[in-house]
Design a binder for this molecule. Structure first.
Ligand code: ATP
Ligand code: MG
Length: 359
């Protein structure tokens, strides 16, 4: 593809905080940003030059939006296939493309794809009816996590099953939707690799953070991860193999469980910038948002070298009502501009530079 010049228009599907931070990076590099999302006053739309407010099923609006842009990207992966097709019909490039989206939208396809390219995942069974769950649970050692194949995020659409007695309630709590049952992984810790692949095929990854989740939502990401160089190098190798296999263009995040012996088990991937990469702008030469824009614009990728040890803490719900005067000098605040601090809602994050990189 051709290299976009500053002044070109980048279109973002989705109006959340990831879109807002992508828009910030795009404007820093001299691009204009249009945002397409159904909600009024969303975090990304409020910083964009133009907001196209319509439903993802509105092909006419999507076509008009695409024709106003030079490249389209997205900040959430659950856009309908019909929207991808409507954009493809205009000939305006969409990055990431249909393959990354289709596979990441379905947990069963995602696991099969990862395994197919030699990346280990939790053992799992496809669940299409309540009657499938009992035998699957027994086969997976009596304990597991039931996850809807589609539309899960922040731990939503998931139910832990600790034995046959949990099956009926678990099946109801995932809405009796087609699901996967995953074996429970007794991991030592969780890490993720943020990786970028440009439209020219160049790749670059960041050192993986260690991630702590609370109630199924990311609470904190820390670098260095403490898992050691060999494990980090292997995780980064696998993430690069994944973006190459997908022909992915843009940033992608691959989440891993790390076992006590250093073995890696991939959990899932997101074909976009990721919450566990929010520390990269403050701690590295190039951050994930800038890198994503470079990737989709056909620019040379920036250096991902990490300069600082750092920790990123999510501000969830009421924690988002933080008083900026309380911040320490080594803390950087990012707020998403959400009007209402509902429980479980990601309102912003704080990145703390813990000092110059020591490892
Ligand atoms: P997010 O959007 O935050 O990534 P999600 O809804 O896509 O979340 P997952 O990443 O599948 O959900 O799971 C969220 C968290 O639940 C994981 O990071 C991990 O802490 C825990 N978890 C998920 N699957 C398993 C498993 N098979 N064994 C043990 N823990 C698990
Ligand atoms: Mg996850």
């Amino acid at each position: 593809m051709t290299r976009l010049s500053p002044g070109a228009v980048i279109g973002i599907l989705g109006g959340g905080q990831l879109g807002r931070m992508l828009a910030g990076a795009a404007s820093q590099l001299g691009f204009d940003v249009h945002v397409f999302c159904p909600e009024a006053g969303s975090p990304a739309a409020r910083v964009a030059m133009k907001h196209w407010q319509a439903d993802y099923g509105d092909d006419e609006a999507l076509t008009a939006f695409a024709e106003a842009c030079d490249v389209i990207t997205l900040e959430f992966e659950n856009i309908p296939v019909s929207a991808v097709e409507a954009i493809a019909a205009t000939g305006i490039p969409l990055h990431p493309g249909a393959k990354s989206l289709a596979i990441s939208q379905d947990r069963a396809d995602e696991k099969a794809f990862l395994r197919g390219i030699g990346i280990a995942t939790a053992d799992y069974r496809e669940i299409n009816a309540e009657a499938d769950i009992g035998p699957a649970l027994a086969a997976l050692g009596g304990k597991g996590v039931l996850k809807t194949r589609r539309d899960g995020y922040d731990g939503k659409g998931q139910a832990w099953l600790n034995g046959p007695a949990d099956i009926a309630a678990g099946w109801d709590s995932v809405g009796q939707a087609p699901s996967v049952l995953e074996a429970a992984i007794a991991f030592d810790c969780e890490i993720s690799v943020i990786v970028a692949r440009s439209s020219t095929g160049e790749t670059a990854s960041w050192a993986p953070p260690r991630n702590i989740h609370k109630d199924g939502i990311l609470a904190r990401s820390t670098v260095p991860s403490g898992v050691g160089q060999a494990v980090e190098a292997e995780a980064r190798r696998q993430a690069v193999a994944l973006v190459d296999a997908l022909g992915h263009v843009g940033v992608l995040a691959l989440e891993f469980f790390v076992m006590a012996d250093g073995r890696l088990i991939a959990n899932e991937f997101a074909p976009r910038v990721h919450n566990s990469g929010h520390w990269t702008p403050e701690a590295c030469q190039t951050g994930q948002f800038e890198q994503h824009i470079r990737s989709i614009a056909g620019w040379k990728l920036g250096d991902t070298h990490r300069l600082f040890d750092a920790e990123m803490t999510n501000l969830i719900g009421e924690a988002g009502l933080i008083d900026p005067a309380m911040l320490a000098p080594n803390e950087t605040l990012t707020l998403y501009g959400k009007r209402e601090a509902r429980p479980g809602r990601k309102m912003g994050h704080v990145t703390t530079r813990l000092g110059p990189r020591k490892d």
